[in-house]
Write a protein that binds this ligand. Structure first.
Ligand code: ATP
Length: 319
């Protein structure tokens, strides 16, 4: 490849900017021309593409969101939309593309690969729901935000000996709840991957206070349901009225942690090197500290494995 482009797509996540910076600077370092597509696949279709230089990505490594903006684009789901996107790249001589996003965005990249554009996917989502990578860009920051919020809730909950239900993001994946729950010492963690018994949850909550605990936190992954509903079910069973906090989109904002910046830098550079080697239709990831590539077809047809050991550990330690 001689000319490459980069875009961000789907939900935004902290560290996307660091990944864009890495793709641009690594591409330029290797003597490529680098372009940026604005608003994901919508920009590809609308021909919203501009050339980047070293300074175009200055002062963004520390910023949340994405300077390239992101969009969900229905038109790109059609073969005509995909062809138009590929044509807009090709008329500039762009033959490589790095797509930063979730599994939907990966599928778009795969379609472009079949149209002759060399593509690489980078996992950009707070949810950590992408298989064949231990971590996604933004996950570490989202977990720190949840941990920080729970620390604050603990202060006020312990003062009043109250219990709390905290609903966190993650879509169908329980990783944000699991990692934040373990790191913040939540008494109960409800995730879509593990069946739960509300009678037991309610009993546990009542028991926490009898054991001398001054607070009791139930962390609910959004894939399980609404925090409000879980709280109502608990009240029906034990008479306790937990306060409900829904953290919502603050989990997607703010400066990325150093872990996310380093992950994004490594993956961005790796994707460029793989494109130079001629790879296409692949998703980049990190598995046990090693940078890896996997066929997008395989990634989008697999399910992320849940870390049951970590879940059991959190359970043992929150007695
Ligand atoms: P997140 O998990 O953060 O929501 P995502 O990448 O999964 O991110 P989607 O909305 O699923 O988010 O996908 C982003 C965009 O990718 C879509 O709006 C669409 O333009 C494109 N896309 C998704 N699925 C396909 C597909 N099967 N074929 C072509 N393009 C697709």
């Amino acid at each position: 490849v001689k000319k490459i482009a980069v875009l961000t797509s789907g939900g935004d996540s902290q560290g996307m900017n660091a990944a864009v910076r890495a793709v641009v600077r690594s591409g330029l370092f290797h003597g490529l021309e680098v372009y940026a597509v604005q608003r994901g696949y919508a920009g590809l279709i609308n021909d919203d593409i501009r050339q980047m230089d070293l300074r175009s990505v200055g002062d963004i490594i520390q910023r949340g969101g994405t300077i390239l903006q992101t969009a969900r684009c229905k038109e790109f789901m059609t073969p005509e939309g995909q062809q138009l996107g590929a044509d807009n790249l090709r008329k500039r001589g762009i033959d490589g593309l790095v797509v930063i996003g979730g599994d939907g965005s990966y599928q778009g990249a795969n379609k472009l690969s079949k149209l002759g554009i060399k593509t690489m996917g980078l996992p950009g989502t707070i949810d950590n729901d992408i298989p064949f990578t231990d971590l996604t860009i933004g996950f570490d920051t989202a977990v720190s935000i949840v941990v920080d919020a729970i620390n604050k809730l603990r202060d006020t909950m312990s003062s009043h000996e109250r219990s709390s239900v905290v609903e966190v993001m993650g879509r169908h994946c329980g990783d944000i709840a699991l990692y934040a729950g373990l790191a913040s010492g939540a008494e109960t963690i409800l995730v879509p991957e593990v069946p739960y018994d509300l009678d037991e949850v309610a009993q546990r909550m009542a028991g926490n206070f009898e054991q001398g605990k001054r607070h009791s936190i139930v962390l609910v992954a959004e894939g399980v349901g609404k925090g409000e509903d879980i709280a109502n079910e608990i009240t029906k069973r034990n008479g306790i009225e937990p306060r409900v906090t829904v953290l919502g989109h603050i989990q997607r904002g703010g400066a990325p942690t150093h872990n996310d910046r380093i992950l994004a830098s490594n993956l961005g550079d790796f994707a460029v090197r793989k494109l130079i080697e001629g790879d296409s239709g692949k998703a980049c990831g990190i598995i046990k500290g090693e940078l890896t590539v996997t066929d997008i077809d395989t990634v989008v047809h697999s399910k992320k494995e849940f870390n049951l050991e970590l879940y059991e550990l959190a359970k043992r330690l929150s007695q």
